[in-house]
Design a protein around this ligand. Structure first.
Ligand SMILES: *Cc1c(COP(=O)(O)O)cnc(C)c1O
Length: 222
């Protein structure tokens, strides 16, 4: 199937209110253009340099999302235009995003990455650390970031029960934070979860943004 067909099929299967982030990391600009021509406007990348290079060659109305581990010294490269950073995994990184956003006269939307998977290699705050960060009030000093919600990845396993449990944990944390700290905040609305192999479960568990790469573009060549 073509990229256009894959996108059409995915979009047809997503409920209203769930948006598709086409994860285009490691794929060439031609592949992104094919997706663009099929109507896709949200693209997710995981390396600042690659993202910038692709952005220069593609139309301006694309929403670029950053989804991978982000080093503090790379924030300035994406701060002028990035639409949403999914992968905030420390207060230090958040402070750097705030600083670079201010320099650019922007407010940058962000998600806090939550670590629920079994793999140690995955990044993010534990649910307790996340709540601690929010309760501590550090965020209210950061006027140039806007917290839009949470992001998380499930363990890479065939055990769908495990995957569902982890997505449910992220959703539970989101609901708790929303009710406790963000009741009157119209910005705290997003739950980014679900990839090629587990997005249907993520959607059932309340995802609002699915990040799908392989299922659209095929295997990546590293
Ligand atoms: C690469 C990546 C994806 C997409 O993974 P696929 O399995 O290709 O759909 C989603 N989220 C993050 C954080 C990624 O790094």
């Amino acid at each position: 199937m073509s990229i256009a067909q894959n996108i059409a099929q995915l979009k047809a299967a997503l409920p209203e209110g769930v948006r598709l982030v086409a994860v285009s990391k490691f794929h060439p600009v031609e592949a992104l253009r094919e997706a663009y021509d099929a109507g896709q406007r949200i693209f997710g990348e995981s390396r600042a340099q690659e993202l910038r290079a692709k952005r220069e060659q593609l139309p301006d109305d694309i929403e670029w999302h950053f989804i991978g581990p982000l080093q503090s010294n790379k924030v300035k490269d994406i701060a002028p235009f990035i639409h949403l950073i999914h992968s905030i995994d420390s207060l230090k990184l958040l402070e750097e995003v705030d600083k670079q956003a201010r320099k650019n006269g922007r407010v940058i939307p962000v998600l806090l990455e939550i670590h629920v998977a079994k793999e140690e290699s995955k990044h993010g705050f534990t649910p307790d650390e996340c709540e601690e960060l929010i309760r501590g009030g550090a965020l209210s000093d950061l006027k140039n970031v806007r917290l839009r919600g949470l992001m998380g990845m499930a363990t890479n396993t065939d055990d769908t029960g495990q995957i569902r449990k982890e997505f449910r944990q992220i959703r539970g944390l989101f609901d708790h934070l929303k009710n406790t700290y963000f009741k009157d905040d119209p910005n705290f609305t997003e739950i980014s979860m679900g990839m090629s192999h587990d997005y249907p479960i993520a959607v059932q568990e309340g995802s609002t943004l699915v990040r799908v790469g392989t299922r659209i573009f095929g295997e990546r060549e590293y």
